[in-house]
Design a protein around this ligand. Structure first.
Ligand SMILES: [Zn+2]
Length: 178
């Protein structure tokens, strides 16, 4: 007779709602990144933009014993994963919640405070426009708005141009509402 013990039945398509997150590098859902030829780039993007997902992904891909995955798994079983009830390791089960950047054009990068270094905002704005090949304008008495999300490069660009602005004098405020 067939075993009534269902413990080993793989749960294929569990019908919990799964949030798809799309990779900013290859534009595919994160689960497909590993099939992308530029997986390394994907991982970099992920690490930068969604560190939590990156972490989870790295955990999941630790299937080969050489990566010391056993320890990790044991840890997970002990409830470290909080509210996520990980019952099986059969499929890529993961629930992720994250802010998404669907479209670069929907972001602008706001730079404030340059004039506290006696920097001419018009010159600065022009410099940014050239460096990022995008629109940039002086929008306030000490504010420059650059079209697009250049937040990952802006600090380097600023410091390249104005060496007097030291690391601790620049603060990345992250996402801000207008
Ligand atoms: Zn990707």
């Amino acid at each position: 007779m067939a075993s009534a013990d269902v413990e080993d039945v793989p749960q294929k398509d569990v019908s919990y709602p799964r949030k798809l997150i799309y990779c900013g590098e290859c534009t595919m859902p994160l689960e497909f990144c590993e099939f992308h030829p530029n997986y390394e780039k994907c991982k970099k993007w992920l690490e930068k933009n969604l560190p939590d997902q990156f972490d989870a992904l790295m955990r999941l891909s630790e299937d080969d014993p050489t990566a010391g995955g056993e320890g990790e798994k044991k840890k997970q079983k002990r409830g470290g994963r909080g509210m996520i009830k990980t019952r099986k390791k059969t499929g890529p089960q993961k629930v992720t919640i994250a802010r998404m950047q669907r479209n670069k054009r929907k972001y602008v990068t706001v730079v404030r405070g340059l004039s506290t270094f006696d920097i001419d905002l018009k010159v600065a704005s022009k410099h940014f426009a050239n460096r990022f090949a995008t629109g940039s304008s002086v929008t306030g008495d000490d504010e420059i708005v650059i079209q697009g999300d250049v937040t990952y490069d802006i600090i380097d660009v600023v410091q390249d141009k104005w060496a007097e602005i030291e690391d601790e004098m620049i603060e990345d405020l992250g996402d801000q509402k207008r």
